[in-house]
Design a protein around this ligand. Structure first.
Ligand SMILES: [Zn+2]
Length: 420
């Protein structure tokens, strides 16, 4: 590799791509100010990369300078920094970063080597939501990772894990940038609300990418999606069982039609250090989630879950924050931690059982239990103790999460069973 290398480290904009082909003059293939960054990104992914950077052609290029939030990853290629270009043709090309960038979110803005934190006020339907944000701008260039917690207001270990990450990651030791939101649904957090967000009673994690003209939760989802969730190269959304749920720790990704995004998401999942790993084909029946919607927008995204039942324990906080550190290590952003955690085991899929009647729920299994297809897993009784419904396992597998409240409402989840 020789000659000038230009890195327009514009992790927020698509600006310019120079391709330095061997034996040829450098060639500018994309710099259309008439396009939005998103349009430029999809144009590059679909046409330019196919035509100009297809496998054959790419071998004759010796460097590329670049690019966009969703197309580039720092990587090491035979020990050297490299760019990974995400498109239908996914290739890795050695390149040397030459500049880092300011990291900004709303009024917060820092230079490489700095950190800051603050509340970002956002007007939503006449209310001011104060969003807590940590920004950490690495001294060296690298990917931008976005981490959120508390999308559901009563899931606590993830919130504590995010606070600790925000306070402890050292910008002097970081390659890349980190945006951490420890409470992404502050209204629901204050209300200690289960599943839903006051004032409209919607589940925030079914509303993405949101609707700027919709109700409170939909407007909030739209703001978060545009200003936080999709502004990085990778996204991790930390959850846990809600106040009425127990679960065994698991990680999950949504597979889309973009193999490069799928591949990065799977690397994130396998690096995290949690055994139970679900890879969902497409968004499926549970739509509108943070990570599913991010994946559809070509942001590699990982859902992680630990803890529940309205409490938080050090062990669960550690599972979640260690996982984020392991992902940063996997992508050469931060020094590793000694313990690699559990080895990921990809599960075949999961089924959710739901209540079809109001009443009192009596599960006959516990989280982590292996059940056989047809096995009785619980029943719902009325307030006089008469059985209204019984529930049998629709598949054999492992009980991943379980609702633990006695009170049960028709339509609510009862448990999920994951099969191998
Ligand atoms: Zn959740």
């Amino acid at each position: 590799m020789s000659g000038p290398l230009e890195f327009y480290g514009a992790q927020t904009d698509v600006r310019l791509v120079h391709v330095f082909a061997k034996g040829r003059k450098s060639r500018r293939i994309a710099n259309d100010p008439g396009r939005t960054p998103r349009e430029n990104a999809s144009w590059l992914a679909s046409d330019a990369l196919e035509l100009k950077l297809g496998h054959t052609a790419v071998r004759s290029f010796h460097s590329v300078a670049l690019i966009s939030p969703r197309m580039v990853f720092w990587h090491h290629c035979r020990g050297r920094p490299a760019l990974r270009i995400l498109g239908r043709q996914s290739v890795t090309i050695p390149v040397i970063p030459t500049m880092s960038k300011t990291l900004s979110l709303a009024h917060l803005s820092i230079e490489p080597g700095q950190r800051t934190r603050g509340l970002v006020p956002v007007e939503v339907k006449g209310q001011t939501v104060q969003l807590p944000v940590f920004l950490i701008n690495g001294i060296r260039p690298g990917p931008r990772l976005v981490v959120t917690a508390g999308i559901h207001g009563a899931e606590y270990p993830c919130v504590e894990a995010a606070i600790r990450l925000g306070r402890s990651i050292d910008p002097e030791a970081l390659s890349g940038q980190l945006i951490i939101v420890p409470s992404a649904n502050p209204v629901a957090f204050r209300a200690r609300s289960i599943y839903v967000t006051p004032p409209d009673g919607l589940n925030l994690n079914r509303q993405f990418p949101g609707d700027p003209e919709g109700s409170f939760t939909q407007v909030w989802a739209d703001w978060l999606f545009r200003n936080v969730i999709t502004v990085g190269d990778m996204y991790i959304d930390m959850h846990g069982g809600d106040m009425i749920e127990a679960l065994i720790p698991f990680v999950a990704i949504t597979l889309t039609g973009n193999p490069a995004v799928n591949e990065t998401a799977e690397r994130m999942a396998r690096a995290y250090g949690i055994r139970a790993f679900l890879a969902k084909e497409g968004v499926g029946p549970i739509g509108g989630t943070t990570t599913g919607s991010a994946a559809v927008s070509n942001v590699p995204a990982l859902l992680t879950e630990a803890g529940g039942q309205g409490v938080w324990h050090e062990s669960e906080v550690d599972i979640l924050q260690d996982g984020v550190r392991r992902v940063m290590t996997e992508f050469d952003m931060y020094a590793g931690i000694d313990d690699p955690g559990e080895e990921a085991e990809r599960l075949g899929g999961w089924d959710w059982l739901r209540a079809d009647v109001d009443g009192l729920f009596y599960p006959s299994v516990a989280i982590g239990d292996e059940v056989e297809r047809g096995q009785r897993v619980g029943e719902i009784k009325d307030i006089f103790g008469e059985t209204l419904r019984t529930y049998d396992a629709p598949v054999g597998g492992e009980v991943l999460f379980l609702v633990t409240s006695l009170a049960m409402n028709a339509g609510d989840p009862l448990m999920s069973i994951a099969w191998k």
